[in-house]
Design a protein. Sequence first.
Length: 704
Amino acid sequence: MQLAPRLLQTLGAVLAMGAFLTALLLALQAPTVGLSLAADEGAGLRITASAVSRLGPADRVLSLGGVALQPDFVIEEPDMLPDWARYNDLMAGMRALNAAMEAPQVAAQLADGRRVDLEVRTRHWYQLPMLFWFQCFVGVVCFLLAWGVWVYRSGDRAAWHFALSGLGVMLSACCAAVYSSRELALQAEVFLWLSRLNHLGAMLFTSALVMLLWHYPTTLARRSPALLAYAMTVLTFVLFVWQVVPAPPMGNAAVLALFSFSFAAAFVQWRRTRGRPLERAALKWYLLSIYLGTGLFATGILLPVALGIAPPASQGLMFSVFLFMFAGIVAGITRYRLFDLDRWWFRAWSWFIGGLCLLLLDLALVSLFDMSQAGALGLSLALLGWVYFPARQWLWARLAGGTSAEEAGRSLGRALEALAAAPDEAQLRVRWRQVLSEQFAPLEVQERPPAAASGVAIAENGLALHLPEPGGGPGLALRLPQSGARLFGRDDAARGEVLWRMVQHVHDAMQRRETDVQAERGRIMRDLHDDLGGKLLSMVYMGQGEMQQIARAAMQDMRDVLSALGSQGCSLDEALATWRTEAAQRMQLLGRQLDWCQPDDCRGVWLSARQQTNLGRIVREAITNSLKHADAPRVRVEWVCEGGAIGLRVEDERGDQPSAESATQPRTARTIGERVSDLGGTVQWQRADAGGTVVQVSVPVAPA
């Protein structure tokens, strides 16, 4: 039966609250006499803080209730003891101390010979040290983070393992919180089982973490070794309880050995996610979270214990690394802002490796060369400063060399030059796409609805970068930059914003220039209409014969010019209808025959005002050439629309002229050639099979 997420969340909160309250109850049962004790070179234990007026930090306690105080009695983690004999002696001492402190008072024997009776009390919650609350907080928060992911992904095996890892951390942290924050004595059986459960929690956390890496971000194999991993957890726990392993620190060694399998799984995952940038980014985040957290904990706690060296930091405080680790894993699994990872991936790892090198060097110098802690730390810092940091800077320069500020400036300069050279808005859109392809090398560029094209933004967890189009219209979605090698990041979004501002400035300048051109056209149109138009009209009415015909032709040319200046363009089928009517009238007046062929539907092609004017003049010049110079009785005009271009073929039958060369006047060929060149097309003059002239024109056009 599938439970509702709200019910599962409540169940997780109840489990977390139960673990915390159990730890709190056990911690409050530990007796207290108001002393804080620490071990040093002398006999007994030294007082570091006292709530008893007769005792102070200068005093040393040799025994309490007749039980001799040993340095191991104040150890934070019993797993650090080198052998089972001392481990069992600690538990026996706890048993004796707890029995002695069952009385209302207990006698403390001091090193100076004094004997002081101390009142035995139970602790209140506000007397618990901050270390107790901190460890419980870390354990509960880590569990709730992992449980919260599983609640909404209960069918995902990776989420199951993540939830178990959170359970392991909570179990280990809450158990450690009780015995690491005791004043001195703790019930022996409680101490013993808390130590064992702490070890079980560490093994469960490690096994679940390795299994999580097996299933995330991709499943490495159908048959999961989860059963084997968790069986090893139970086996090592049983061996630890029966004290079969050679020494308590071997439990930490087992945790490290189990964790070593994660490196093999990480290597295979890295190879599997090649060419899959979203999964690779999630894996990067996950590995960064795991190895930074567990690496610091293992180096600061587990490794020193395994080597028999005192840890450099408190185990309770080192639990803080699990907070960052679990928060990072949650961010990776939920894929939160994975595109930001590349900004600090190298820096985070270099910082971690630097700290790891410092700890390892310090441990090696102390254990191998018997140096003091201060001397080892100083030498380690010197070696890091002389060797590691220069090497890191050199490597960073090599990795970041292709993205220097100088190269980025040159790249943006080339982009601006390409955009500014666009002759019109259509070409600007084409070049905008070319610039984006050169800058980001995406696998694909898709159009987006105009309503969604609001600005530059990263989308789909970094898989896509959304940008508007210059002048409005559908926006663009670039997908998978660098041919799918990585995700889009904030640096890409910033560069896209700069490019967008550049193309928008170019578009605005183009619009202002077009506005100025339109204003100048309006002035020219008014001058032609008011001045030249009136004079030509007078010549039409006053002239006679050929002069009147010339005036009418000039009047028609002027009207064509005015029409072209004021036109915003038209569809090809509208232009063909106008040109056919004009050509038919001319041929009919001269008694010649016109064969006009055109596609049935040309509504898919749009002509600009310049294309409309030039194509009309081209077909008129070609027909005039056939009528005037070749004296052709029949002229065939054929139009073709295909491949984003308009094809025009004008062919005449041979008249009185003997060849195509004599039928083609240099001025006509030059005029048509100039107009075709202005439209970016091509023109060819040929001799027809029947001896006439053939002119073929091809002009590129845009869809409507």
